[in-house]
Write a protein that binds this ligand. Structure first.
Ligand SMILES: *Cc1c(COP(=O)(O)O)cnc(C)c1O
Length: 447
């Protein structure tokens, strides 16, 4: 008996795996999730000294593990931020698993690092970043933000305070806290309150920090997660520059919108970021587990993140080579940029832009359709793929019941949200194949 090599897994099981992937690509189920009291007993007895054998183990997976999850990749998943991986991306991700590329270093993985860097270069050009820009792919936006803000912290010098909007993602606040930038003596975190449009502007920042000389870091969003609003990046870049502060842009969800010429104006100023992130697993249709992290001056990041030690110093030989692990807090690293690289190679950048555009069209259709309902009003007109709306007379309980009803009728997976303290409805359109009929079905639940 062996874990490895030909025959370790019966050929028939390998075929079932391939069929599973094919089915998932054809149509991802809306899925469901279970309470722990029901879920845990389903897995009783799976892990044994002798093993269950291929058939029984596979059955436990297909009968009990896989079905009890919500399908983020479903065309009817309209909650949080959906994940809608391209078929090319899914298959390349499977190949990445099989091949175990050592994507942390050029020494071991020149091919993969070159392909990922080609993708990063393309992104940097889309965002208008300079020729010097570079970075790495990581596993997600949270670790990307943490890695970038750790570099920012080293560059803050005597200016130890931070300015961030009330709309910033939770991972930004967590990162600042872990880096000691929220509550250590001499560090102040200024949370700038946005107005009704949810947009963090240069004017609001200037007013909030007037007369201060201690601001060393400004964090903006290229697409806030809750409302999908791109901040006033050009105005914020101006003020950050005047303050001598590091300018970080969190574009995990929304920076991909910069691919669309008709939206490009929203992103003016993005190219001036000292650091920025975008998650390919969100609006660039890569499989889960991918963040692109870019710096204007990557050498500043290398000074923070390069790992040293007797067994790894050889990665940094005499010839300077590009090691992704020098640019983020991760050593062993899955080649999480390769699925996007491959999908771009297969379909081209226009097809990706078209897929993003479809999400925006669906959001606008939903905005029109829902605002025509007498009891419904939009919190704001949508900029990207997120729609926030009110329903007359509905509070937290009603919104909770609504989400439950929409799921139990098989219409969609939705999650209500809060806007400036008020419970509201929220929909996110990202999957380009979401049928328009879903919008009518949802509208019917609100009338
Ligand atoms: C999703 C998101 C994150 C966190 O990214 P993960 O990949 O989930 O870790 C950070 N910032 C913004 C704006 C996001 O939308």
């Amino acid at each position: 008996m062996t874990l490895h090599g030909e025959g370790a897994i019966p050929a028939d099981l390998a075929r079932r795996f391939a069929a599973f992937i094919d089915d998932r690509i054809a149509q991802a189920p809306l899925g469901r999730t279970l309470p722990p009291s029901v879920m845990m007993p389903l897995l009783d007895g799976v892990i044994t000294a002798e093993g269950l054998g291929a058939d029984a183990a596979w059955n436990r997976f297909v009968d009990h593990v896989s079905p009890n999850n919500v399908g983020l990749d479903s065309e009817r998943y309209l909650a949080f931020i959906p994940v809608s991986p391209s078929a090319a991306g899914v298959w390349m991700d499977a190949a990445v698993s099989a091949a175990t590329y050592s994507a942390e270093s050029w020494l071991e993985a020149a091919g993969v690092v070159a392909a990922e860097n080609q993708t990063l270069r393309w992104l940097a050009d889309v965002f208008g970043m300079p020729a010097s820009a570079g970075g790495c792919f990581m596993s997600g936006g949270s670790i990307g933000n943490l890695s970038a803000l750790a570099v920012a912290r080293e560059q803050m010098g005597e200016r130890r305070s931070v300015a961030v909007a009330d709309t910033a993602h939770a991972s930004v606040f967590n990162s600042l806290r872990m880096l000691g930038l929220t509550r250590e003596p001499g560090h102040e975190m200024i949370v700038v309150q946005t107005g009704d449009d949810g947009r963090f502007t240069g004017a609001a920042l200037a007013a909030a920090v007037e007369g201060r000389t201690d601001i060393g870091l400004v964090v903006a969003a290229a697409g806030s997660t809750n409302a999908g609003v791109v901040d006033d990046l050009a105005g914020l870049a101006d003020v950050a520059e005047r303050l001598g502060a590091w300018f970080h842009v969190d574009g995990a969800y929304g920076a991909a919108g910069a691919l669309l010429p008709e939206l490009r104006h929203l992103y003016d100023g993005l190219g001036r970021a000292d650091s920025m992130i975008v998650d390919p697993h969100k609006w660039l249709f890569a499989p889960e587990g991918s963040c692109a992290l870019l710096y204007k001056q990557p050498d500043l990041a290398a000074a923070v993140h390069t790992q040293h030690g007797p067994y790894i110093d050889i990665l940094h030989g005499d010839e300077p080579l590009w090691n992704p692990s020098d640019y983020g807090y991760q050593l062993t690293r899955r080649a999480s940029g390769l699925p996007l690289w491959f999908a771009l190679a297969v379909h081209g950048t226009d097809a990706h832009a078209d897929a993003i555009r479809r999400g925006i069209e669906l959001t606008r259709l939903a905005a029109e359709r829902l605002s025509a309902i007498e009891e419904v009003s939009l919190v704001m007109p949508p900029q990207l793929g997120v729609l926030l709306f009110r329903r007359a007379g509905w509070g937290r309980a009603e919104w909770g019941a609504w989400a439950h009803r929409v799921l139990s009728e098989g219409i969609a997976f939705v999650a209500p949200s809060t806007w400036k303290g008020e419970p509201v409805g929220r929909l996110v359109f990202l999957h380009p194949r979401t049928p328009e009929s879903v919008i009518d079905e949802i509208a019917a639940t609100l009338a």
